[in-house]
Design a protein around this ligand. Sequence first.
Ligand code: 13P
Length: 337
Amino acid sequence: MEFSTLERLEETALELVSPGRGILAADESHGTIGKRFKAVGIESTEETRRDYREMLFTTEGISEVLSGSILFDETIRQDASDGRPLVEVLKEAGVIPGIKVDGGAVAMPLSPDEKVTQGLDRLRERLQEYSDLGARFTKWRAVITIGPDIPTSACVEANAQSLARFAAHSQEAGLVPIVEPEVLIDGEHTIEECYETTLWTLNRTFHHLYEHNVELSGMLLKPNMVISGKDAEEQAPVEEVAAMTVECLLRGVPAAVPGIVFLSGGQSDKQATAHLNAMNRMYEGLPWELSFSYARALQERPMETWAGKSENVEAAQRAFRHRLKMNAAARSGGYSE
Ligand code: 13P
């Protein structure tokens, strides 16, 4: 890779994890946003999706707390109601636009309880187009499920290798890859089982990233936190989640990676903030920045408050700004609700 390309990647990666700010994941596919809208009584149309995301992106004061936002293919091509492309709205607000480039996780052939992520076909061409449309970073999500006899090694390897191929393509196109191996919270597993599976997944992912010549200083990692399964009888307390997560990352993530931006993965919004806060409060001098790239934990309240009605825009933006500020405070361990 040319030195100037790497320098640009490193600069963008560092800007995305700059202190006191974080990333909004607003890259829900049509299926996912449809489900979330339906739960709060909003019809999902091209226009409502646009209005909703415009509402988020035009929230006053976001540049202080938001470094970047991940978009879906539809959004990166959409214009705001005043005719400006939504990408420009973000840029003018000082927020770096990014794009989800995976094609979703589907049942793994012959192992239907596990998932593999699609989307490597024509990735080179698609990345070029996204770069032309203004994206500076990309995201690819792989999903690992904990259950009886799973994950299998085949599933972990397939997902880790796809993540590495995606990351290599992305860097080749001059875009910072956000590598997202998500061990799902779903299930009755213990926090120890989550730790084991997360460490395994991280190790295999960084093995393949190395084999694919991905520059670790020009990427970000978006992992799950190490946490008890949602249906586990015993739920680990905040400090234990923070400690197990950081200890796992210390053993699985090379120090050259500039930042780790967590997903919220089905935690409540306050839980996701409290866990990030505890990690940053309890540990000093970690090799990477610990930040956030939440979808649900940032959007739940504003989406509910907005409910598809223009008269609710201001209240929804207030709710959005509040969650952002709480997570921005958690970047330095200074959060209290
Ligand atoms: P959640 O924060 O809702 O887990 O979403 C993050 C994300 O981008 C999933 O790909």
